[in-house]
Design a protein around this ligand. Structure first.
Ligand code: DMJ
Length: 609
């Protein structure tokens, strides 16, 4: 309130000297001083100035020394870092042959000690930044040809990639697949599939010369205007997936144009179906669609593993027709009757839109990536669409109830099947080995809402990945067969039963894919060692002068019976996951920013709903 006393008075002494009177009295003192007193004052002043100068000189000397010490420390730290990551200077990217470094015993010991320490630190003190989580709006265009120094093991994988690429270039350029022994090729979609599947691997590995060759092919030779029937799923995950990935990584407009072109040519498989279930095949030129040639039904995996890609295409173009088309499929399958505790029958009919009654329940061929995409679709849009996570959690529960068991005598966790929807079978495809990685990825992302389930899933992830490792480690070649049966008979002393017709290895990625996820998420170095063993086995038994080949018999190292085929996913997935597994750079495609499609093409996590 105004009017009352709202200030305090400070008494000012009448005798306080003013500035003028103070300087005046100093001059008076100086004038009155004797000569001797003046000399003394002068000397004191001189000494004061000199000591100030000396002191400041001393300070800058100390600063210099400190800076020098800091530089030395940084240098030492860089060296320690070098040992830790087996780093080597690989010279110019695109050189013909990359030299492998030799580690002496002392360095090996230092490396081991460092790895133990990192492992211990991680367990005691996990880095919150490493835990994948949703959301990052500004991902588009994390442009990055990897220029980072590579580890010894990465160099090994780059050399594998070079060998595979050179064989393909020499004997199959422009065709879909290389036959590395006969030095011939085959065509499936007639689009140079191996080139397309390899693009982002070359890019991520920093293989500039080879990447430029591939990019030139896309710019100057690639045409989708072909009178050829393609499988919607395979073409989506390999071709559309690759174009989208490359656009996100490089910002190169050519890839977006190609993505739109192939997306538009594939979309009739969805739009022309009388039901919400797409047809399996579509003609790239005419847009004519049809079910598979060998039967009336599509597989569940093929109709539910195109969503990441088409949603991303909508995200990039702003045209919702792609997203709407695939969302319709997902919603339909979500609501469809005939599932058993979240598990889907593997056949579904495009004309009628229903599951085929009595279909086998499996996590292997024909259903696998349905489960993989549930968790990844939830992650892709920043964990916002509950339908996917609900179905995912239900499905994993269903697997635990009906499909998962333990073998005798070692208690290996396997994921079997219900044949005809009823009869249990302890049969596990190599394809199932993706599940360890997906479970681990899911586990860290559901942890805050479902801590107990997350823990259970992580344990399951480790157990299944361990089983997949055994599927490699227990064969004489160190390579897994395509199909493994698990022993449930008390009288038999071997867990794995490998039938003669199941002994082939197609250079598949699923196991090393799970090693990659488990390594990134747990930091347990055993996954890297297991991946290294697998790489060595591919090198020993699948490498031929013309490239890498699938083999027919993993059980006989002296007679592996090469099948003369190098699948595009060997370059697109297997070698990419190995390279990432061996990378010390956790910022190379971090799992909280990128989601890999089922052909290992990374797409950004965003918030499109
Ligand atoms: C790839 O085309 C994909 O990973 C797909 O999901 C399963 N089959 C092959 C690799 O094994």
């Amino acid at each position: 309130m105004y009017g009352s006393k709202d200030y305090v008075s400070i008494p000012v002494s009448d005798s306080a000297p003013t500035k003028k009177s103070r300087s005046f009295s100093l001059i008076r003192i100086w004038k009155r001083a004797t000569r001797c007193q003046k000399n003394l004052i002068f000397l004191v002043l001189l000494l004061t100035v000199l000591s100030i100068l000396m002191y400041s000189n001393q300070i800058s000397k100390i600063e210099e020394e400190e800076m020098e010490a800091a530089n030395q420390w940084r240098q030492k730290r860089r060296e320690a870092q070098k040992i830790k990551s087996h780093n080597i200077d690989t010279g110019q990217i695109g050189d013909n042959q990359i030299q492998l470094p030799q580690l002496d015993d002392q360095k090996k010991k230092a490396l081991q000690e460092l790895e133990n320490k990192i492992q211990k630190d991680f367990v005691e003190n996990p880095d919150p930044l490493d835990i994948p989580g949703p959301k990052d709006e500004n991902l588009i265009g994390d442009a990055m040809i990897s220029q980072a120094p590579r580890t010894e093991r990465q160099v090994f994988v780059v050399n594998m990639m070079k060998h595979a690429w050179e064989g393909y270039k020499k004997y199959a350029w422009g065709h879909d697949h290389l036959h590395p022994i006969s030095r011939r090729h085959d065509d499936w979609f007639h689009v140079g599939l191996t080139i397309l599947d390899s693009l982002d691997t070359l890019y991520i590995m920093g293989m500039k010369t080879e990447y430029d060759e591939a990019r030139n092919f896309v710019a100057n030779e690639l045409s989708f205007d072909k009178d050829v029937d393609v499988n919607l799923f395979e073409c989506t995950i390999r071709v559309l997936g690759s174009m989208l990935s490359m656009y996100h990584l490089s910002h190169d407009r050519i890839y977006l144009d190609k993505a739109v072109d192939i997306g538009n040519r594939l979309i009739p498989a969805l739009s022309q179906s009388p039901s919400a279930v797409p047809y399996s095949d579509v003609n790239l030129k005419t847009g004519k669609v049809h079910p598979p040639k060998w039967g009336p039904d599509s597989t569940v995996s093929e109709i539910t593993s195109i969503q990441l890609e088409f949603r991303d295409l909508s995200f990039l173009t702003g045209d919702m027709k792609y997203k709407d088309a695939v969302d319709k499929v997902s919603l339909h399958v979500h609501n469809l009757a005939g599932k058993r505790d979240g598990l889907v029958p593997m056949w579904i009919n495009a004309n009628r839109g229903n599951f085929r009654a009595g279909s086998t329940l499996t996590v292997g061929a024909r259903a696998d990536s349905y489960y993989e995409y549930l968790i990844k679709l939830w992650l892709q849009t920043g964990c916002t669409e509950s339908m996917y996570i609900d179905d995912y959690l239900a499905a994993i529960k269903g697997m635990q109830m009906h499909l998962i068991g333990e073998s005798i005598p070692s208690g290996l966790t396997y994921v079997g099947e219900l044949l005809g929807g009823r009869t249990p079978s302890a049969k596990m495809d190599h394809l199932v080995c993706f599940l360890g990685g997906s479970l681990a990825l899911g586990s860290v992302n559901i942890k805050s809402q479902h801590p107990k389930v997350a823990k259970e899933h992580m344990q399951l992830a480790k157990n299944i990945t361990n089983t997949c490792h055994e599927m490699y480690a227990r064969t004489p070649t160190g390579l897994s067969p395509e199909i493994t049966y698990f022993n449930l008979n008390q009288d038999v002393r071997e867990d794995l039963v490998i039938k003669p017709l199941d002994r082939h290895n197609l250079l598949r990625p699923e196991t090393v894919e799970s090693y990659f996820y488990l390594w990134r998420i747990t930091n347990d170095t055993k996954y890297r060692d297991w991946g290294w063993d697998a790489a060595q086995a591919f090198e020993k038994y699948s490498k031929v002068p013309g490239g890498y080949t699938s083999i027919k018999n993993v059980m006989d190292p002296r007679n592996t019976q090469p099948m003369d085929k190098m699948e595009s996913f060997f370059l697109g997935e297997t070698l990419k996951y190995l390279y990432l597994l061996f990378s010390d750079d956790r910022n190379l495609l971090p799992l909280n920013k990128w989601v890999f499609n089922t052909e290992a093409h990374p797409l950004p996590i965003h918030s499109l709903k």
